[in-house]
Design a protein around this ligand. Sequence first.
Ligand SMILES: [Zn+2]
Length: 477
Amino acid sequence: MNRNTNKNQSRNKNRRRGHRPFKKQIQELREKAVENSNAKLEIIPLGGFSEIGRNSVAIRADDEVIILDLGLMMDKYIEYTDSDDLVEISGRKLIEIGAAPDVNILGKLKKQVKAILLTHAHLDHIGSVPYIANKFDCDIHSAPFTIELVRRMYEDEKRMPRGKLVAHDVNSRFKIGTKFEVEFIFITHSAPQTVMALIHTPYGKILYANDFKFDNNPTMGQKPNYERLRELKGQIDYLIVDTLYADQPIKTPSEKIAEEMLKDVLLGTQSRDATIIVSTFSSHIARIRAIINVAKMMKRTPVLLGRSLFKYTDAAEAVGLADFSDAERVPYGSKVRSYLKKLKNPEKYLLIATGHQGEPKAILSRIVDQNLLKLTDNDMVIFSSKTIPVPVSIANREKLDAKLRAKHVRIFDNIHVSGHGAREDHRDFLNMLKPKHIIPTHGNMKQLNAFRELAEEVGYKQNQIRIIKVGERVKVA
Ligand SMILES: [Zn+2]
């Protein structure tokens, strides 16, 4: 009995101990916030450094600050809210659970933020905007598609942006405050109108290249702006760069390959009488367009099911990026149910649904759980996606796949290519740009170290490569 009491006591002690270092860590990070106050130009990581998700970084030149991206850490967000779509929750709570960038690191600098710049429409880059951006008295700048989405996110949250939402061309240059000139450089990625943001300041140039691939055969939109990148050779003081696939010894295949993979599965299997459901990323406008095109080749009516598919495709139409009038769209959950219940000949349709990560509330899971369609032997579910390697997604997909297998549904997984460059893309990028210093981001230690190894191979010295954590500020000048 005595022993048990001791055990409990020490357990409680450990619990308390485990709690304290976490608080201390945050305190230390915030103290570091004033460390570089003698710097003229510094980089202040707010989220996504030595971790994956909630991408955000601030740049301070003298007494002016800009923020690049305000993302969400999706797995922490989903774990807390049980939803993959944005729900009502306070910004403070999101910061507390580590799902939103810790903008409190900025301390007094919060009042000096002159602009928020967003590079593309993925939630790990813009998802915190409706919750956090209003802490700053400034405008939000991005390419038209991303701005259109942000506008809709505010509407969904029934909130108003504090500043203006300003759309710029994907290759453009504009002034912010008195210290910054921002240049957008178009780059290919799995969301349309993605840009790298080049920050010109009187004290140096910083290129923020967080999320990109080099796609020389994009199925929608332009090729990367290599011309501008080549012009910048040797001129970049700090490159902040996406490393998600830096440990993969390949060049990431073009989106054209994903289109061919889809055709291979949809046109090259015995699918005539099958019910076919394809699930993919709602923000992947080029992919959704490709799926619709193949549906038409199969003489099936394409149908987009789910709120987020509707939101992204509608935003793409609003800015003239793509036309989806040749597809039926059923945005709301209740309507999806009645639509599917009334569907007499599902084999005449190609259903495109949300839920490729097995999210329990998304359409695909609901079709299976609520029997909205009678799925059986030769029916097909195609995941034009990759399971995000975080515990919550892996578990959700395992559950969904087991239910599909129980119905003898044919599963086609990973009919997909990534939107992130891999090791050999990074090698080309470094040789093309020759930045003076590099801060690898958007990766865990394995990927960050793989990037460091590659940079050393290309000729960089240890002191030119900085692997930093959230809150660890870097003095540029
Ligand atoms: Zn992205």
